[in-house]
Design a protein around this ligand. Sequence first.
Ligand code: RM4
Length: 254
Amino acid sequence: MQLLRDKVVLVTGGAAGIGRATAVAAARHGARVAINDLAGDAAVADCLAEIAAAGGEGIAICGDVALPRTAEQFISRAVDAFGRVDVMVSNAGICPFHGFLDMPPETLERTMHVNLHGAYYMCQAAARQMAAQGDGGAIVAVSSISALVGGEFQTHYTPTKAGVHSLMQSAAIALGRYGIRCNSVLPGTIQTDINRDDLADRAKRRYMETRIPLGRLGQPDDIAGPIVFIASDLAAYVTGAALLVDGGMFVNLQ
Ligand code: RM4
């Protein structure tokens, strides 16, 4: 069953990790896919090849999501190529782990601008296009378990993930009249480049694994499936919702 057949799906941070897995899964489910990424490097080419191998048509429009013009260019180029936008997956994000007391202002600023401002600009630009198209759409923001709980070395990051989730709740209200659904997915600890260094600490990795009832860290494909579902017409009455995908970590107190 192809859940996104004939849809045009846009994914930010689409060349690696959760974004790449989502872009390939969308292609596998019949979508044409446009990915954004910061650098047009080998990872972008590899992702486009994987999209093609999955039977999809893909393009890449690179740019820094922290800049408002990147969102405008992403939407415009995707519409030029595919004629419309049906789904926006706002995934791009960073988490440079750092202590609170000596957090450099530039690290705080960059994290806020990429994770929260970038999500805002991308979701706003996609919603403008969807509203103009007049037949609805779906926006999925990749928030995090970190919207719900804290991290000692994530004081700059967890507020952005809470903000992304809250953005979806408010956007759901603002965009319901256009038939545009807005939802957030909240991944747990998923092995990607974002935490490669952090999880290289064996004690940290072991601690995180013991927190997870399913007994393993997540993989990008563990998030791609829920994103495809919540973007699809199977979720036609779902908006303003949050889907926690964490292997049971959040509820595991004892
Ligand atoms: C997630 C969660 C994970 C961490 C990543 C970077 O929100 O906190 O544990 O590895 O962020």
